[in-house]
Design a protein. Structure first.
Length: 95
């Protein structure tokens, strides 16, 4: 007998709406919402600290004002974190 998630997948489209990247990976949804809470929650997980460092380095390399660098770092961090989500269908997370 299929578990509840498998039963739901047979009847509807599964879309993840959580800030827990690992939960998204485990459920293997067809799509996922991409909201700031997902990025915020993932950025607080110690194993993702290198992504923050990468985003900051990227922003510094782009130059510009502090405000521009912060915006570039935030954008890069969102892309890096959202790239961790592997959607089971051939769709891509949309920003």
């Amino acid at each position: 007998m299929a578990n509840l998630l498998d039963q739901l997948k047979a009847m509807t489209t599964i879309v993840a709406d959580t800030g827990d990247v690992e939960a998204i990976k485990s459920v293997k949804p067809v799509d996922a919402t991409t909201n700031p809470s997902l990025v915020l929650k993932a950025s607080q997980i110690p194993e993702y600290a290198p992504l923050i460092e990468t985003a900051i380095a990227y922003a510094k390399a782009q130059g510009g004002t502090k405000e521009q660098q912060i915006e570039n770092a935030a954008d890069k961090l969102a892309v890096l974190i959202l790239s961790l989500i592997h959607i089971s269908e051939p769709t891509r997370p949309r920003l």
